[in-house]
Design a binder for this molecule. Sequence first.
Ligand code: ITT
Length: 208
Amino acid sequence: NFVVIATRNEGKVREFAKLFEPSGYKVRSLADYTDLPEIVESGETFAENARIKAEIISKHLHVPVLADDSGLCVAALGGDPGVYSARFAGADASDADNNAKLLSELKLLGAKDKPAVQGDHPELLSEASFVCALALIDPVANETIEAEASCEGYILSEPRGQGGFGYDPLFYIPALHKTMAEVTVEEKNEISHRAKALRCFLDRLEAK
Ligand code: ITT
């Protein structure tokens, strides 16, 4: 038994693999297939982009496909980079490039737009949230199931930790006194946007 996830992001694959482990389902990603159609993430919302990815791949493979569109919304940047999180520093930007761009934008803002905690915690540059939208499309039954969730935190003034992916080294969770890159995959899966969205998604699937 396996679930096809329309992603090329290895960080997402690692987290989903752990989340599906108790159910006995293995995870397949786009890396396990060849000759796939091109995906253009032209949506304006996370939900739209998740549907686009699930639709293209499920139509091609003729099996139900789950897609994850996610990103970081930074309060001091008016919600950016949002749906552009993967391409914040350019089309082929690495995680390191995107993190560097985020810090430079926030440091440029300087004294204005500081979060409420700034007085006691000058190392916290802005409130932020990770958002994850999931869409499962079953092309045979012509059915779609969606879910979305977020995880709240702050952007730290310098990266910390080696785990996770993307913006995790800069995403600080006050309750843990750690960044998302300083926790294990299991710990991240207790609190992350992706894990919350998947739990909501599984509840909806079960209610069908
Ligand atoms: P796929 O479209 O192939 O799934 P992607 O990396 O391009 O891979 P998105 O378009 O959903 O995926 O962009 C998500 C970006 O948001 C991702 O590259 C990270 O930079 C960031 N992101 C999302 N979830 C994250 C998480 O749990 N931790 C850190 N950064 C995350």
